[in-house]
Design a protein around this ligand. Structure first.
Ligand code: PLP
Length: 858
């Protein structure tokens, strides 16, 4: 049942401000102006959050072709939006949710809701895998479980097409579950676990549990599946008298299903199923042939979380056996369980050959997943264009023709420049002459083998390549063929952690304060282009690099944000002009040079130089104009107002992180304000004043001025931060064990025999990282350590150029090929830096460029 834009005022309790020129049924809900795919039937909800306001992007959306808008604050004039429809509502998020709830009410089939602290996404994905042969399932993409994720997920439910919905619900504050419950209106549910996550938003764990269980206290709710081994959960479900089916591994009383587990040597687990006591009778009547026939199943996992998640799914499958129309042969249940595979939820970005980047998403391929992956691709602006290598799309319920019409529309809407299709269906639908799909550069193959036979890495230059394939196409082979060869050491950069840290600082900014992010020194070791590209997407206002070459490299990769250069040599001024890079000018001599260059550029007809940032020395005693030099500076600026446009006035704090120097810091700020005022008086116009670095943002909120300069905090470390736990580590340096030796007592290790002999036998592992990779030689002889299987292994002997040895006597399970964490989660750069008397900045920026960067995000 289609909903039209004209229905919205009545549906959402809003006012129609302007009717669109054409009457269309709503197809897609848009929330992010950066992710516009199809515009036909797309309605934009202008959401307002602490750090963003969708209303700012109405004009840009209109320019992209969006014609339907739901707003709380309409633009002053609707004249520029002549063809668009506008509905005004008091609260756009509430309106979005109300629309989704209305859409949900048209669906009569069962809807499963999954909540709990851990495992929601895995249980959802697995349940969908297990039921896929029998049902047409609509499920939340990835982990869309929030106040906006749930409405978007539920909107995808198609009454004529789907037979089952499976949605995740996640909350972090009181009151949120009630809203999600009204949107999902589950008929069935799974409660995974109760953990400690998000305790901050609740008065007690009990309160959090009550709120979560509220999801299932809905009219029409039929069954909750949960594990009775968590006593608080068990008690709360019973107190609420929810219709429920509990399972237990520890003979909890009142559980209908008893599972007894036996781990096998092959990494699998055998589950013996028994029916429980009185309660079981309600769910599993005595005559339960399917259960009786097979009371034993094997799960393809041994680790605790996977087993727990799989047991939730098994409980659901066993319950479905009660319905003769849905019952499966026990052998079929077993077959499906064995095919469960770990869910890779991360889209990995990897360096490819010939300047390419690979977005590796080879775990599934349905329309919702394709659309998300294309979003990620379209955010990349690399000069070589956007290539998509796509397998057949496995989606039930749509006719092949309709399915590929949608695929084609998505591909075109996301600016894909080249398509390589693999599979008979995609070749048939998009690769044949009569298809309406036209992409100048597209090729099709019947199979992955045929693609691999013709694949030449040299065919790809400086482009971003999304590799998206259903599992059975084995696209990991395509990734391997296009990936840069690597040695065992990688720096894994978590882009989600980076975004989290960015938001942490952004929340500390006053409204209107701009954010400059330092991406100097290869973005503190993380990789300049990838980080810059994320920052551009996240709408930072400015970037800063140390040298003009770094700025040029960002421009060459399509970065268009304003860029400041901290240390531009006089011979780089032409480069600054060509690449629109704004210099930091810190001395009269440089200012004279710049003036000279500006005159020459005008004379040659090359156009003006970019505006500059004046660096003032207020106490750092490094670079900058001191107060004594101010009169000379003012005179020069006054004489050449037009030739020397000033974008910013800045200073750098010497000890913003250290409370014992706060008086000095305050003095620096006072001096800065005084000097900046004098300069602005001469300029006759205001410039962006900026002083704070990461520690300053946190500690001197009153000195944010017009802009702040975020550095090391973005990368997850900040020297001396009291609230360091609010930051997430961004970089994990990993290496592998090349070989393990068992050394008898009395043996020395390595160069100069500096790994002294011990009185006992020991196991020593050689790792594939050395000082040429940036692993500091000061870590020699027990000063450094690495994490192996979660345990610490100290360095033995001297760090070599490409290798280092560690003692793994206490890590008996260590084997050649295992991954060792050199720094990252569980072993912080702060701790390691302290051990060798340096600071985290040095460890981060020392990781040499030969170490491959891998970028991951959920
Ligand atoms: C590096 C740098 C920053 C950022 O400092 P962090 O301590 O990393 O936050 C800010 N301003 C200038 C001038 C810098 O050189």
């Amino acid at each position: 049942m289609a909903i039209y834009f004209f229905d919205l005022p009545a549906l959402l309790g809003g006012a129609l401000l302007q009717a669109p020129t054409t009457e269309v049924a709503l197809v897609t809900l848009l929330l992010d102006s950066r992710r516009v795919g199809l515009t036909e039937g797309a309605v934009f909800f202008a959401l307002r959050g602490p750090n963003h306001d969708g209303h700012q992007h109405l004009a840009a959306l209109y320019a992209k072709g969006v014609r339907l808008f739901v707003v709380s604050h309409p633009p002053a004039s609707l004249a520029p939006f002549a063809e668009a429809g506008f509905v005004q509502v008091p609260d756009t998020l509430a309106a979005l949710q109300a629309l989704a709830a209305r859409h949900r009410s048209a669906f009569a089939g069962p809807v499963w809701a999954i909540t709990g602290s851990n495992g929601k996404t895995i249980v959802k994905e697995w349940l969908a895998q297990l039921l896929a042969p029998d049902e047409d399932i609509c499920r939340s993409p990835k982990s869309y479980n929030s106040q906006v994720g749930v409405p978007l997920s539920v909107w995808e439910l198609a009454p004529g097409r789907h037979t089952l919905g499976i949605f995740e619900a996640g909350i972090s504050e009181r009151g949120e579950m009630t809203r999600l419950a009204q949107i999902i209106r589950p008929t069935h549910g799974i409660f995974t676990t109760l953990g400690t996550a998000h305790d901050a938003g609740f008065a007690s764990q009990q309160e959090k549990l009550d709120e979560k269980l509220g999801l299932f206290a809905q009219p029409g709710f039929e069954l909750l599946v949960y594990c009775a081994d968590q006593p608080v959960v068990h008690a709360a479900v019973r107190a609420r008298v929810l219709p429920a089916l509990a399972w237990t591994r520890h003979a909890a009383p009142g559980a209908a299903l008893h599972f007894r587990l036996k781990p096998n040597s092959a990494g699998t687990t055998t589950v013996r199923v028994r029916l429980g006591d009185a309660d079981a009778a309600a769910h599993f009547p005595a005559e339960q042939p399917a259960l009786r026939a097979a009371s034993r199943f094997t799960l393809p996992f041994a680790d605790e979380p996977s087993v727990e998640n799989a047991l939730h799914c098994l409980a659901v499958l066993l319950w479905r056996q009660l319905d003769p129309a849905k019952a499966l042969a026990p052998a079929e249940i077993q077959r499906r369980l064995l095919r469960l595979h770990p869910v890779a939820m991360r889209l990995e970005m990897k360096a490819g050959r010939h300047g390419c980047y690979l977005l590796d998403d080879t775990y599934n391929n349905d329309l919702a997943g394709l659309s998300l992956a294309l979003d990620a691709l379209s955010r990349q602006a690399r000069p070589g264009g956007r290539t998509l290598i796509l397998s057949d799309v496995l989606e039930s319920g749509l006719s092949t023709a309709e399915l590929y019409a949608r695929v084609a529309a998505l591909v075109q809407a996301h600016g894909v420049t080249r398509l390589i299709g693999v599979g008979e269906a995609i070749k048939e639908e998009l690769g044949m002459g009569d298809s309406s799909f036209v992409l100048p550069d597209s090729r099709f193959y019947n199979s992955t083998e045929m693609l691999l036979a013709e694949l030449r890495p040299t065919d790809f230059q400086n482009e971003t390549i999304l590799i998206k394939g259903a599992r059975r196409f084995g696209f990991e082979r395509v990734v391997a063929a296009l990936q840069q060869p690597q040695h065992g050491t990688v720096l894994e950069v978590n882009l989600d952690a980076l975004t989290h840290n960015l938001q942490y600082y952004r929340q500390r900014l006053n409204p209107g304060t701009k954010l400059m992010v330092m991406v100097k020194a290869f973005a503190y070791g993380s990789g300049s282009y990838e980080v810059a590209s994320l920052l551009e997407f996240q709408r930072a206002d400015y970037l800063a690099v140390a040298y003009a070459d770094e700025g040029q490299q960002l421009r060459d990769n399509g970065i268009s944000l304003p860029i400041m250069v901290l240390n531009p040599g006089p011979d780089s001024f032409g480069q600054l002009r060509r690449y629109r890079l704004e210099p930091e000018i810190y001395s009269l001599e440089r200012l004279h040079d710049y003036l000279q260059a500006a005159r020459e550029a005008t004379h040659d007809g090359a156009g003006p130089l970019p505006p500059l940032h004046l660096k003032l020395d207020t106490g750092m005693r490094r670079l900058g104009f001191s107060e004594e030099e101010l009169p000379g500076l003012l005179a020069l600026l006054a004489a050449h107002r037009a030739a020397l446009p000033v974008a910013g006035i800045m200073t750098h704090l010497a000890a913003a992180d250290d409370p014992s120097h706060d008086e000095f810091t305050q003095q620096q700020l006072t001096t800065f304000r005084r000097m900046a005022a004098a300069i602005e008086a001469v300029l006759g116009y205001p410039a962006l004043k900026h002083a704070l670095n990461s520690a300053g943002i946190r500690r001197f909120p009153e000195a944010q001025l017009d802009m702040v300069r975020l550095g090391v905090g973005l990368y997850g470390v900040e020297a001396g931060a009291e609230d360091a736990h609010n930051l997430l580590p961004v970089s994990t340096l990993k290496t592998t064990i090349s070989q393990i030796k068992t050394l008898p007592a009395g043996t020395t290790v390595g160069y100069g025999r500096r790994g002294a002999a011990t009185a006992h036998e020991r196991r020593v592992a050689t790792l594939a990282i050395g000082y040429a990779d940036g692993y500091d030689r000061r870590f020699s002889n027990g000063q450094g350590l690495v994490l192996l299987h979660g345990r610490r292994a100290p360095v033995v002997g001297s760090v070599c150029m490409d290798m280092v040895m560690v003692d793994v006597t206490d890590v008996p399970e260590a084997r050649a090929g295992d991954v060792a964490v050199v720094f990252g989660e569980g072993l912080s750069t702060s701790e390691l830096a302290q051990r060798i008397g340096t600071i985290p900045y040095e460890l981060l920026t020392n990781v040499s460029e030969r170490v491959k960067r891998v970028f991951v995000s959920e």
